[in-house]
Design a binder for this molecule. Structure first.
Ligand SMILES: [Zn+2]
Length: 651
């Protein structure tokens, strides 16, 4: 089943958490980006390029891409709400880009100002990467606000790329994204050269053509195997995932079933073996890269914000290509956890690295464990802004004669169906509560389908149509699909079991063995030191399995309204070890002799109430310890003698 996105303005967020995030993005986050583009040198670089200067470029080679991402976000926002400051920035930046663009269409402030030769070091120059973000910005402005000035700049550059690279041996870029951007430009303008160029860049990978990026090797650049022959995602996570978005785009437009199948194989493998519970990817700081299968350490997790965005975009494309709800499930997991945590409650600080544990006194150069206002390598904040500004695009799609709802939020959606306009209002306080009400406000004259995703995390679901229970056998690809002659006022209600639960790690994830996480609906929870009883160190707590999980609604200074999860835990004693080493001859965590192996009883040790909050709300108070995965208290009685006689060798 091939799905189509709704037309640009056919879906709107009108209430709830996602709407709040979008408003915060416009009011608090985007002004931060605009301010830093002015002070960090990004706009100045373009002014130098426009003046023909040959010295003075500031920052990394990809500084232009921060401008393009911010412009893209501004485009999506201006398509929804008038905002004078944003409009002024967008106008000035577009005019500056027009002035900086060379006569043949080339545009890159780093190359133009540094005087280096064009396209000579694509493994590290990010020239096509920047072009890709320019194209996306141009498309956003054309689609959302109907202005083509930026798109024309992008088109001139894309034409220059086609003339330079199509059918020639140069390329591809060390950092993918131009592939998916070129396919989008093909969709926007209909010029098949853009699609063919994207196709060429994908086919060129795996043949040692990309070059060497500072000794990181071919895996880092996804150049170790041809795309169709790779069974797993590898190397730099953001590059790998942007490449996959381009692969899925090319496969869809070129109707290349083999290419699509290879991408799906890697997606399934990544989800099964290389994905954090928050949806994050990249378990190694070294090379910002994927690790081995099941190498998912919570404290060392890299989980770059851009990787979460790229994974979201890849999943969206596979959702469109196949109509399977598992892709929307991962998008939801990312959205409410890995992505949502990347911005502070106030919207003005951002995470680049998103670990699942912060130890007391944590220090690391590339992961300070706290959000920052901006970064020298500022890829993540404006990337997050363009995603949040376009969140409404991902709510629903059409397929056949049906409107499919993928994400749940206060929203209005409409689609053109045979027989007229089909408009639906969604009302919910998801993800806090599990009731989703879909009310038809305008119906076509002929029968059509309304489908709603049944999330993978929800074991049981119930639904009613106009108050009557609906049979859930009409499920297709993970959706409850109802096809009928709809009337205005018809109301479909989906009830999802949003309540606290434990999550256990796969046995092969060694770094998580013996631990448990708390979840509630799509939200992953974490424990912060600030929420524990006085004098109780978070790092000494072990959750007692089987005890009640309470979920009080509460307000926390610095965070605001939330739903916490409370459960019982024991405070583990200080361990004395021979020689001072953190090792001993009996298990550290065992209960005392005489303990009962029954839930809620922890031997002589007093049980305390421990409290967790949604992961996306962490690091809004102090720099105390945080952890998602917490040890499980082992209530099995401990024997005193661990020695056993060895079986005799031989016969
Ligand atoms: Zn980033």
């Amino acid at each position: 089943v091939v799905h189509r996105p709704l037309a640009g303005t056919a879906a709107r967020l009108v209430g709830g958490l996602l709407r709040d995030w979008q408003v915060r993005n416009r009011e608090a986050s985007l002004p931060v980006a605009v301010e830093h583009l002015r002070t960090a040198g990004n706009l100045e670089n373009l002014q130098l390029a426009a003046a023909g200067a040959k010295t003075g470029h500031q920052g990394p080679a990809f500084m232009d891409s921060d401008i393009y991402k911010t412009l893209e976000a501004a485009g999506w926002e201006l398509g929804q709400t008038a905002d004078e400051r944003l409009a002024t920035f967008a106008g000035e930046a577009a005019a500056l880009l027009q002035r900086a663009q060379l006569a043949d269409g080339y545009l890159n402030s780093y190359i133009q100002v540094s005087g280096q030769p064009r396209y000579a070091h694509l493994e590290r120059s990010h020239e096509l990467y920047c072009a890709g973000h320019l194209i996306q910005a141009g498309i956003a402005h054309a689609r959302a606000i109907g202005t083509t000035r930026l798109l024309e700049v992008a088109q001139r550059f894309a034409d220059q790329l086609a003339e330079t690279f199509l059918g020639a041996s140069g390329g591809p870029d060390g950092h993918p994204i131009v592939e998916s951007a070129l396919v989008e430009l093909y969709r926007q303008l209909g010029d098949s050269r853009y699609l063919h160029l994207a196709q060429q860049f994908i086919d060129q990978r795996g043949h040692g053509l990309v070059g060497d990026y500072y000794g990181f090797g071919r895996r880092y650049l996804q150049d170790h195997l041809p795309v169709r022959g790779a069974a797993t995602v590898t190397g730099h996570a953001v590059r790998a995932l942007y490449l996959e978005a381009g692969v899925a785009d090319v496969a869809a437009e070129a109707r290349d079933a083999g290419l699509l199948a290879s991408s799906i194989t890697r997606w399934d493998d990544m989800v099964a073996t290389k994905t954090a519970i928050t949806g994050g990817n990249g378990s190694r700081h070294d090379g910002e890269s994927f690790g081995d299968a099941y190498e998912l350490p919570p404290d060392r997790a890299y989980n770059e914000t851009c990787a979460a965005i790229a994974s979201f975009q890849w999943s969206w494309r596979l959702l469109l290509a196949t109509g399977h709800s598992k892709y929307a499930d991962l998008m939801e997991r990312l959205l409410y956890n890995g992505l949502a945590a990347a911005v502070s409650a106030g919207g003005r600080e951002f995470f680049y690295v998103n670990p699942l544990q912060r130890r007391t006194g944590h220090f690391e150069g590339d992961d300070p464990g706290r959000r920052h206002g901006w970064f020298t390598c500022a890829c993540c904040p404006p990337n997050l802004m363009r995603l949040l500004a376009s969140l409404h695009h991902y709510l629903a799609t059409t397929a056949g004669d049906g409107l499919y709802v993928h994400l749940f939020a206060g929203a209005q959606m409409e689609a053109d169906a045979a027989g007229g306009r089909f408009a639906v209002e969604m009302d919910t306080s998801y993800p806090w509560q599990g009731e989703i009400r879909l009310r038809v406000t305008h119906a076509p004259s002929r029968p059509c389908g309304l489908a709603v995703r049944r999330p993978g995390w929800a074991g049981s679901t119930a639904a009613t149509l106009n108050g009557e229970p609906v049979s859930l056998t009409a499920d297709e690809h993970g959706y409850l699909l109802i096809r009928r002659c709809w009337q205005p006022g018809d109301t479909l209600v989906l009830s999802l079991p949003v309540r606290p639960a434990l999550a256990f790690p796969h046995r092969r994830i060694d770094a998580l063995r013996g631990t448990v996480a708390l979840v509630r609906g799509p939200l992953v929870y974490c424990f912060e030191q600030a929420d524990q009883p006085p004098d109780v160190n978070l790092e000494d707590l072990a959750v007692i399995p089987g005890t009640a999980l309470c979920d009080p609604q509460t307000t926390i200074p610095g965070i605001g309204q939330t739903i916490a999860i409370e459960t019982s835990a024991v405070v583990l004693p200080q361990e004395a070890s021979p020689g001072g080493l953190p090792y001993r001859d009996s298990p550290c965590q065992a209960a005392e002799p005489g303990d009962q192996a029954s839930p809620g009883v922890a031997g002589d040790r007093p049980a305390v109430t421990t409290r967790a909050i949604p992961y996306f709300q962490w690091d809004n108070r102090d720099r105390g310890a945080m952890r998602v995965w917490v040890p499980v208290h082992d209530t099995r009685p401990q024997g005193s003698d661990h020695s056993q006689a060895c079986p005799r060798r031989g016969g």
